[in-house]
Ligand binder design. Structure first.
Ligand SMILES: [Zn+2]
Length: 412
């Protein structure tokens, strides 16, 4: 018997691991291109069996030692590409802009993954699963990060990657995809158009699809960050985790990781997860209280989280509702300001989509919403080098001077 099974987020139907690959067939039938898809699957394990395997005091350490393989849908760590994914540093800072903080501020830096974004956590698992199932070609639709990530990890694992991108994707990400040797398919349309085309291609050509949320293992890969945060805090839960949100898959992954820890009896309480979006791409936060989903056209500078139809809307919403999470909107100006403050105070340079989380922390600080002594984790999900264009307005590049010391004296 397989060590995992699926449950549909929306209708609750359960499936054995060999019965389905992507969405719940019952819910998928009713999906339309203008609404978030229903039928995203959550992967479950036999938690009682895992608990019984190890003494309670050692449980977390044992899971960590075995690279979480007990709670991942693959058989062996040998199937992973030979690049280091995850185990990224979490930095503690106690001062921001010269002000001593009254709470513990941490930055989980996922720009240190091999392709410089959080997406590697999902790609590495999809690649390993493909390897174990003799699948050679993996496709993905992407605004850039998921695509460059899959391209890089497939290159490392001797697999073919085909990446569908909207033509407006940033140059650095497109460059990565091509340099890693993937087949790139630019689509004259939006991310949603690229997504639908890649799903169609999956059906027609029989390729394996890594699309975010559509493939349930994207959530499973992303959840590993929560295990690491718990480990980084010396087996303590954070009080808050600020997550930058577009499609709703990263935040669902963060929740799923902590939910696994709850199911295993390792933690007793879910941290407060803050879902931070730009007010120019607000389709999860703005719909938390709506009965029916309404899409607000997105136009944020933070390209990785610019989404009209969030692919994991219903799961993200359910997690936020079930575990009393917060929805928070920040402006693009606040995101740019946060990028500047982050880099100047910490030496960490993140893309605007990633600093959206820190813009949320700064907003909560201004509004005195963070209790004294709270452990606050800010997720940084991608390197600033991936999207240089959007920070250009922040750059005040001085004019060149003559190579003359008197000129220097004039400046200083
Ligand atoms: Zn269903």
């Amino acid at each position: 018997m397989s060590k995992y099974f699926y449950q549909c987020n929306d209708c609750g139907a359960k499936y054995q691991s060999n019965e389905v690959t992507y969405l719940c067939p019952k819910c998928e039938k009713h999906n339309t291109p203008t609404m978030p898809p229903k039928g995203v699957l959550k992967t479950h394990y036999n938690y009682e069996e895992i608990k019984a395997k190890y003494p309670k005091v050692e449980l977390f350490k044992q899971l960590e030692k075995k690279a979480w393989i007990d709670v991942l849908p693959i058989k062996s760590v040998e199937s992973f590409p030979k690049l280091k994914v995850g185990n990224n540093p979490m930095y503690h800072f106690d001062t921001i802009e010269g002000k001593k903080l009254t709470f513990e501020l941490y930055f989980k830096d996922d720009s240190q993954n091999p392709t410089y974004s959080f997406k590697d956590r999902a790609s590495v698992l999809v690649s390993a699963f493909a390897k174990e199932n003799n699948i050679e070609t993996i496709v993905a639709a992407s605004t850039g990060n998921a695509g460059s990530s899959l391209a890089g990890l497939c290159a490392a694992n001797n697999q073919k990657a085909i990446i569908f991108v909207p033509k407006a994707a940033p140059l650095a990400k497109l460059t990565q995809i091509i340099m890693y040797g993937a087949k790139i398919v630019p689509v004259d349309g939006t991310y949603d158009n690229a997504f639908d085309l890649s799903v169609e291609a999956t059906k027609q050509f029989g390729w394996y699809n890594r699309n975010t949320a559509f493939n349930p293992f994207t959530i499973e890969g992303k959840k590993t960050v929560s295990f690491e945060i718990f480990s980084n805090l010396k087996e303590k839960s954070p009080d808050f985790v600020f997550v930058p949100v577009g499609d709703g898959v990263i935040i669902s992954g963060v929740y799923k990781g902590f939910e696994d820890l709850l199911n295993l009896g390792i933690i007793e309480k879910m941290p407060t997860i803050v879902c931070v979006q730009s007010d120019k791409s607000k389709n999860i936060v703005a719909n938390l209280e709506n009965e029916d989903f309404v899409s607000y056209p997105s136009s944020t500078i933070a390209d990785s989280i610019s989404v009209d139809i969030p692919r994991n809307f219903y799961m993200a919403k359910k997690f936020i509702k079930d575990f009393a999470g917060h929805g928070l909107l920040v402006t693009d100006e606040e995101i740019m300001q946060a990028s500047k403050i982050l880099s100047r105070n910490t030496g960490l340079f993140s893309e605007p989509a990633a600093t959206t989380s820190f813009a949320g922390v700064l907003k909560y600080m201004r509004e005195n919403k963070i209790p004294k002594g709270a452990k606050v984790v800010t997720m940084l999900t991608g390197s600033g080098l991936k999207d240089l264009k959007s920070v250009q307005p922040l750059l005040d590049m001085p004019a060149p001077i003559k190579p003359d010391v008197n000129e220097l004296k004039r400046i200083f």
